[in-house]
Design a binder for this molecule. Structure first.
Ligand code: NAP
Ligand code: SF4
Length: 680
């Protein structure tokens, strides 16, 4: 049996080659487009080439780049890539060459943002602004629409000159092509608006002219909005008609996109079940004869294989999973699926950073988009290292250090590794992905040769006795218990005890603190049984019609009720939950609003007694008659060990919550642990 055949036994469909247009792609794994914002960095080209090349070496079949605008008005933001003349080719050639050298195909995504653009020159089919962009677009004139079609074609010609195997025309997620097709954003009265045929003319004409001018050897993918998930979007039958028109115009592959950025339905967050939207790709696949790509919340090879086995799609696109693990395909192919660093769909280090104008990286893989900053050269001196605490910071540090050749002992006082990750994996909607993260770290601990001492509370004398070269304290945090009269009342509990099930909350609950943990607790305490984890339950809960019979594929969401009466409180006057992730905070807030959970701001806490929580707002005294008060008031560093080491004159490095607890999240913890391990 050949090596290829042996490898393919693991995921036979996913890893089998496929013919796309005039090209043979080595497997059915597409790395979907992801905007990294690396192009805004000083060493952009080198970093982008390193980023894509690493994913190509990791076995991806076809890479779709982040979006490049065909003209100045269409760019995402100031400084974003535009390909409208030969002078920009040098920004692309090194990327294409690096990817081709690693055996993958690469197409450039042509993305015109239209009314989503974050700059003053934004344009759209009509002067209708988006609810997620306060800027008002200028409506394109008929001549300008014609010119924009030409700009797309010219951009594709330049992409071919740069060496790309093809282009992906971005026609989903609510960008310009979608804005033309949907009545929601197109109120034109010329040949580019009005009837369905007129509205789809813009994308179809772009595809037709691109094919005409670039010939049959050049790949044309079209990212089609398979379900718009907005009012005034297309029906499923209209999506099919558009798909057929695109096929007739010469498109080789239809890659499915799900929803618009302004959709009120979660499409990529952790709480979205895996492959929840494969039904939309399957529906489309029945309407066309060209290959269809499934996407959204596909983050493990088994899920991808299942989609292909079900005949729902011909290829599978994953974007964030390749931030999390560039070697995803190689690991899947060589029987090392348990070594895959799974994307947990948190969006914290990728989309949330992009939306706040910072370059993307990945919570579970801090090297993502920083490939050039981490050297594989082994350290000159191999050290004996103690890491105390096996939360995300300690795990990242211990495993990275051991992989770099250091001799590492990881001390954990509890009987399992994971620290705060063990809390996260008990929160509704987070169970599956945080358990994957723990599985990944467990496997990495085993494989890297870290000596794990579970159930051992490392103290200063023990560490002194063992004579380590370096001691790294990753002892994490202590939940903050505000100093409030009645804080010792039997109704007052810490979030840790609630999440771990050590205490049972009553029927009426006050949650003090509205940060990420406060929201997690409120969701945990109001959910009936479990979160909507099955795909049908999820679609019902968020009002998605899998038959896509009406515009946008929307229907009335199922009614949600709270399992108990919960009130959330905070002292500050800021919008409650304002510090939650930009791309996910609204999901948590929506769930709690639907469950009737009030969020009270500007509270001063006075005391807790048998009557409940006494607090005031604007000087007005109030009592919340509750059975349980859950403290979710943030954390303080756990520095007990660090203090005793200091007293004994033992030098130690502090990472994660032990160093600084405020706004600690797993992203900072893993990043600090990894970087310190490289610096040892
Ligand atoms: P946090 O985000 O810092 O929130 C702490 C909350 O406690 C705030 O609402 C704060 O509001 C309140 N508070 C602070 N000091 C207080 C005091 N002395 N007395 C009473 N209230 C006090 O902390 P967290 O919720 O524990 O989350 C920890 C980290 O994990 C954060 O970085 C968070 O982003 C992350 N996380 C995120 C998610 C998510 O995005 N879904 C989930 C879990 C955790 P006031 O000061 O206004 O009272
Ligand atoms: Fe996935 Fe979170 Fe990493 Fe983004 S930051 S790639 S969502 S794990």
């Amino acid at each position: 049996m050949t090596r290829q055949a042996v490898l393919n036994e693991n995921y036979p469909l996913l890893l089998s080659p496929i013919r796309l247009g005039a090209h043979t792609v080595r497997n059915r794994v597409v790395m979907g487009s992801i905007h990294t914002r690396l192009e805004n960095e000083p060493d952009a080209i080198e970093r982008l080439a390193a980023f894509y090349a690493e994913r190509a070496r990791g076995g991806v079949g076809l890479i779709v780049t982040g979006g490049t605008s065909p003209n100045f008005e269409g760019r995402v933001e100031e400084g974003a890539q535009v390909l409208d003349s030969e002078q920009h080719l040098a920004e692309h050639v090194p990327i294409v060459q690096a990817v081709h050298a690693a055996g993958a195909k690469i197409v450039m995504q042509v993305l015109h943002c239209g009314i989503y653009a974050k700059h003053p020159q934004l344009v759209g089919p009509s002067a209708i602004s988006s609810p997620i962009n306060r800027r008002v677009p200028r409506a394109l004139s008929t001549e300008e629409v014609e010119q924009t079609v030409e700009d797309f074609v010219r951009c594709a010609e330049l992409a071919r000159q740069a060496g790309y195997d093809g282009v992906e025309l971005m026609g989903s997620e609510g960008y310009l092509l979608t804005q033309f097709t949907a009545p929601r954003t197109n109120s034109r009265t010329d040949m580019w608006g009005g009837s369905f045929e007129n509205r789809i003319r813009f994308p179809v004409e772009i595809a037709r002219r691109t094919r005409e001018r670039l010939g049959s050897g050049f790949l044309i993918l079209y990212r089609i909005s398979a379900i718009d998930l907005v009012e005034g979007g297309l029906t499923g039958d209209e999506v099919n008609l558009l798909a057929q028109a695109l096929e007739a115009a010469g498109v080789d592959v239809l890659s499915t996109g799900i929803g618009w950025h302004e959709s009120a339905v979660p499409t990529i967050a952790t709480s979205v079940p895996r492959a929840a939207f494969a039904f939309a790709a399957a529906r489309l696949k029945k309407a066309v004869s060209i290959p269809v790509v499934a996407s959204n919340r596909i983050n493990m090879p088994s899920t991808a294989e299942e989609i292909l086995a079900n005949g729902e799609a011909d290829l599978v696109s994953m974007a964030r999973p390749f931030l999390a693990d560039p070697d995803f395909v190689i690991k899947a192919a060589s029987g090392r699926t348990d070594e895959i660093n799974t994307c947990i769909a948190c969006n914290q280090a990728c989309l949330d950073r992009i939306f706040t104008e910072r370059p993307a990286t990945c919570l579970v893989n801090p090297k993502a988009c920083h490939e050039t900053q981490f050297s594989d050269t082994p350290p000159e001196v191999k050290r004996r290292v103690a890491v105390i605490g096996s939360g995300p910071a300690g795990l990242a540090c211990a495993t990275t250090a051991a992989e770099r050749g250091h001799q590492v002992v990881l001390f954990e006082a509890g009987d399992e590794i994971g620290g705060q990750l063990n809390l996260a994996r008990r929160i509704p909607g987070k169970e599956q992905e945080f358990s994957e993260l723990l599985r990944y770290f467990k496997r990495r601990v085993d494989k890297s040769g870290v000596e794990l001492r579970l159930g051992v509370r490392a103290d200063a004398p023990l560490l002194a006795q063992e004579r380590f070269d370096r001691v790294i304290v990753a002892t994490g945090i202590k939940p903050r218990m505000p100093d409030l009269p009645g804080a010792d009342h039997r109704s007052v509990v810490s979030y840790v005890d609630v999440i771990l099930g050590r205490v049972k909350a009553g029927e009426r609950v006050a949650v003090i603190g509205t940060g990420g943990i406060g929201h997690d607790i409120a969701e945990l305490l109001t959910v009936h049984g479990h979160d909507s984890t099955s795909i049908p339950e999820f679609l019902e809960a968020w009002g998605v019609d899998p038959t896509i019979s009406g515009p946008g594929g929307l229907k009335k969401p199922a009614t949600d009720t709270a399992a108990r009466q919960v009130t959330m409180l905070q002292r500050s006057l800021t919008k409650p939950g304002a510090r939650l992730g930009k791309s996910t905070g609204w999901i948590h807030r929506t769930k709690l609003v639907r469950r009737g959970v009030p969020l009270l701001a500007g509270c001063t806490y006075h005391k807790v007694d048998d009557a409940g929580l006494h607090y005031s707002v604007d000087g007005e005294m109030r009592v919340l008659p509750v059975d349980t008060v859950v403290m979710c008031a943030g954390q303080d560093p756990d520095q007990d060990l660090a203090d005793s080491l200091r007293k004994m004159g033992i030098e130690a490095d502090l990472i994660g919550g032990a160093r600084f607890a405020s706004e600690l999240d797993a992203m900072r913890a893993i990043d600090e642990g990894t970087r310190l391990a490289y610096a040892l």
